[in-house]
Design a protein. Structure first.
Length: 136
């Protein structure tokens, strides 16, 4: 059973899935951590699409290869957007949790998932009673 083939990677769906998975696995590794995730997605899209175009069933030419940098934008946006949708639907796209006690407001608390990440931010997204909301 083949999970990926060159033919499948040469399609938009195949490239988006491959790039999305590779980005999520590698974005916290060493020097890659310093590269913005969207830029890393674009770089990987180009790196996936070149061999997929050459080895896949697509008849390639110089003009086909010159389109890869442009098509890589579509793949990178799809990979980034796809993961954001999964996070949003699963409720894991929040920056923290706001615990509200309706009977005793003095006991309301909030927890940031990564406090260092928010030193310079003005807005933080919390999960409140199962719904996401932005707080200043």
């Amino acid at each position: 059973m083949n999970y990926f083939s060159w033919e499948y990677l040469a399609t938009q769906a195949g490239a988006v899935i491959a790039v999305g998975l590779i980005v999520q696995i590698t974005k916290e590794w060493g020097f890659i951590k310093k590269i913005p995730t969207q830029l890393w997605s674009y770089i990987l899209a180009v790196l996936v699409m070149i061999p997929a175009t050459v080895f896949g069933t697509i008849e390639w030419s110089v003009s086909t290869l010159t389109l890869i940098p442009f098509n890589a934008f579509i793949v990178a946006i799809g990979a980034n957007g796809g993961f954001a949708v999964i996070q949003r639907l699963s409720g894991t796209d929040t920056d923290g949790v706001l615990n509200i006690d309706p009977d005793n407001p003095e006991k309301d608390t909030y927890e940031l998932n990564d406090p260092d990440k928010f030193q310079d931010k003005r807005h933080v997204t919390f999960t409140v009673n199962g719904r996401s909301s932005r707080k200043k």
